[in-house]
Design a protein around this ligand. Structure first.
Ligand code: TDO
Length: 179
């Protein structure tokens, strides 16, 4: 039901759901507990939310700290983004590394971001809509981030539109990982 494509980071996957098209439009299943558990993604989803972003908007790099850390399934519903995952897991062979994935809404492309990784993206199309499904509730005191341009990521834009909060995050070099 889902094609699982490994990335350069362990436990981080791109997923290609099956988009069934007919004369009415399309049908796509975005989550199936048993399929996801078989692929190693088995923490239940407890919250979902959506963002819309204009071209040139960059969000991230976000994560929730323990004990409110979570796995996150990101789905591109429309438009196109350059999605980035940064590995913050100290024991990981790819600690400090990142992967960049181009996600298209046409194909409902997904990325599974496990706990211990930060997530962000840059909007390539005029508009893009992302859906997020997370395995722990939002907790503003534990919601944290890494400064977008501090982790060696080759973003396609040096002057993206970034929120004030995202501009004030710590640099990766100053980050003391609890993961
Ligand atoms: C993430 C979040 C935010 N909020 C509120 C806080 C704030 O008033 C408003 C916007 O929050 P932010 O500026 O943090 O939203 P945003 O920058 O869009 O945050 C998102 O960025 C991408 C990269 C992700 O990976 C997402 O998980 C999420 O962290 O929504 C919630 O109520 N619940 C939530 O789960």
């Amino acid at each position: 039901m889902f094609d699982q494509i490994p990335t350069a980071l362990s436990g981080v996957f791109m997923l290609l759901p099956v988009v069934r098209k007919d004369e009415r439009g399309s049908f796509t299943k975005l989550y199936h507990a048993d399929c996801f558990a078989r692929m190693g993604m088995n923490r239940p989803i407890v919250e979902q939310y959506v963002t819309t972003s204009h071209k040139g908007v960059l969000r991230g790099l976000h994560f929730q700290k323990p004990p409110h850390d979570h796995d996150k399934l990101v789905t591109c519903l429309s438009g196109e983004v350059l999605d980035v995952v940064l590995d913050l897991r100290r024991q990981s062979p790819t600690y400090g590394h990142h992967c960049c994935l181009r996600l298209s809404g046409e194909q409902r492309m997904q990325v599974f971001v496990p706990s211990g990784c930060a997530h962000g993206f840059y909007t390539l199309s005029d508009q893009a809509e992302l859906l997020y499904a997370v395995s722990s509730l939002y907790n503003p005191e534990y919601d944290d981030g890494i400064l977008w341009h501090s982790a060696g990521i080759d973003w396609p834009d040096q002057f993206p539109l970034v929120s004030q909060r995202d501009q004030e995050f710590q640099a990766f070099a100053d980050f003391d990982s609890e993961f």
